[in-house]
Design a protein around this ligand. Structure first.
Ligand SMILES: [Zn+2]
Length: 161
């Protein structure tokens, strides 16, 4: 197996080909990278627990949903869709860079997206839309505490509720 990796590496200068023999060897490389590689399987387990911890919703996504998008209705459809896009970009980038799939890093990137939407919501004065969409991830989440991403203050009449 090592000699195979070395052979691949000598032919291709891009270093990511060394990350996983199966990834190089398999016809279905995309499926392997996003769903079947042992490190990605662990990552998905962490993703599911993270989702349940934040939303109290148990999910078990089909391969096609993880690859192409959601089919079933979920409680936080929009957020889950966005999380899946970020997940795949994260896995792809880690694979290219030959870096481990650290879930805490993914979580950080996910929260960066919340910050961007928060900024847009402030500019658009759409606090309620923002809060309704993101509240599971910015109220009770221990990861988010250090990121200080908070709910936006609502204009009247919501502020009096
Ligand atoms: Zn693999």
């Amino acid at each position: 197996m090592v000699s195979f990796i070395l052979k691949i590496n000598s032919r291709r200068t891009t270093s990511y080909w060394t990350i996983c023999v199966l990834f190089v060897n398999k016809k279905n490389a995309i499926k392997h990278m996003f769903l079947q590689c042992s490190s990605v399987i662990t990552f998905w387990h962490e993703f599911y627990s993270w989702w349940t911890k934040n939303t109290n919703e148990n999910i078990n996504l089909a391969d096609s949903e993880r690859l192409y998008g959601l089919i079933q209705p979920y409680k936080y459809q929009q957020v889950l869709s966005l999380a899946l896009v970020i997940t795949k970009y994260f896995i792809y980038r880690c694979t290219l860079a030959q870096e481990p799939l650290l879930f805490s890093l993914f979580d950080l990137q996910f929260h960066e997206n919340i910050f961007i939407e928060r900024y847009i919501a402030i500019k658009n004065k759409s606090a309620k839309v923002f809060n309704d969409k993101w509240h599971p991830f910015i109220l009770k989440n221990v990861y988010s505490i250090h990121l200080t991403c908070t709910l936006l203050p609502l204009p009247p009449p919501y502020s009096t509720l």
